[in-house]
Ligand binder design. Structure first.
Ligand code: COI
Length: 355
């Protein structure tokens, strides 16, 4: 597939940059965006880094009716020497390619994806907050052909927008409380669970809202049998037992996160006993009763490493709050991951890419 040249159009209007203390997650957007179009006739074309602005979209566009939409979450960091780096951007491209195949869409070629995002981050690099903040990157692919028959769209729009962020959760790096969802289901075998389809997030909203009303930040999703643990709303999960660290294996219904993969790499590097396997909720409860569950944490681009404080259902509650502190292992992982991202520690696993 031929990659079109990327034109750069600088904005003439610049927004005021938010104070670091007000950032939170995903509330502010930078001055520019990256867009590229695809059609079966023309291939990829009209690639541009230009001013951030609203789209004009045909009301018949397939994304608005049949939900052909896929996105990624990535980050850029400003290191201590002012160098700007991207964290594992190729991981995100590969995942978008796999998701596009599942949703019958055309993913942007690697060069277009990486170069478009790099040019965009370059033009808006003054927006990258100092640590512990970062620039969240949201690449998105949608079907834009106006046609009401149910079939794959022959036209796509790929775009990327940027948002300066601090913590995803209001709790910051303090433990988050999670509700175990036994009613609603996020994904079923053969479905979309392993893709970063927008639909997976639409389907999660009701459960997340119900959990919030009960005072919980997120839900822990179970598989269709309601026996096995899958993932948390916006994170993968890890459970630290006495002699084993377990994260659910990727059997087609779980989204394989980049931070999940990086944590597994780190644990292997440190010769710690990490298993990717099926994990029953009852095993976690049993280990907690026997004092063999040491800590639990979530991983995600937005959430980074997020310790889990309480895990609750209608009938039981596990408390892992550790006096409001991060557990020992999740703290060690957090320090290593963010140490590499901000350039304080050596990038032994080759995670970083310069602009
Ligand atoms: C991410 O961690 O990048 C996500 O996409 C999770 C969420 C903000 C949707």
């Amino acid at each position: 597939m031929k990659t079109p040249p990327i034109s750069i159009v600088k904005s003439v209007k610049f927004k005021a940059k938010p104070e670091a203390t007000t950032l939170g997650f995903g509330k502010y957007f930078t001055d520019h965006m990256f867009t590229a179009k695809y059609s079966v006739e023309k291939g990829w074309h009209q690639a541009e880094v230009g001013p951030y602005k609203s789209f004009e979209i045909d009301p018949g566009a397939s994304v608005l009716h049949y939900g052909q939409a896929l996105f990624e979450g990535m980050k850029a960091f400003k290191q201590e020497n002012e160098k700007v780096v991207l964290f594992r951007p190729e991981f995100n491209w590969h995942r978008m390619v796999a998701g596009a195949d599942r949703l019958c869409m055309e993913a942007p070629p690697k060069d277009l994806f990486l170069n478009g995002i790099k040019e965009l981050v370059k033009i808006d690099q003054e927006w990258i907050p100092d640590q512990p903040g970062s620039l969240y990157i949201r690449p998105t692919l949608v079907g834009t052909e106006a046609f009401l028959g149910v079939r794959p769209s022959n036209e796509m729009l790929f775009f990327a927008i940027l948002s300066p962020v601090s913590s995803y959760y209001a709790e910051g790096s303090a433990p988050v409380n999670i509700w175990v969802e036994t009613n609603y289901l996020r994904a079923a075998p053969g479905g979309l669970g392993a893709t970063k389809a927008a639909a997976n997030y639409a389907v999660s909203l009701k459960a997340a809202l119900d959990a919030k009303k009960k005072g919980y930040s997120q839900v822990l999703w179970l598989d269709f049998s309601r026996e096995y643990i899958e993932e948390v709303g916006t994170m993968n999960v890890f459970f630290v037992f006495e002699n084993e660290i377990v994260t659910p294996s990727l059997d087609g219904t779980i989204l394989g996160g980049g931070v999940r993969h990086s944590v597994i790499q780190l644990l292997k590097l440190w010769n710690l006993p990490i298993s990717e396997r099926k994990l029953k909720l009852s095993e976690v409860l049993e280990a907690s009763k026997n004092g063999k569950l040491k800590e639990a944490f979530g991983t995600g681009t937005a959430a980074v490493i997020s310790p889990i404080g309480e895990l609750a259902t209608e009938s039981w509650k596990i408390n892992l709050t550790n006096n409001g502190q991060q557990g020992e292992l999740s703290k060690k992982i957090y320090d290593e991951l963010t140490g590499v991202q901000y350039g304080r520690r050596e990038d032994k696993l080759g995670w970083l890419q310069p602009l």
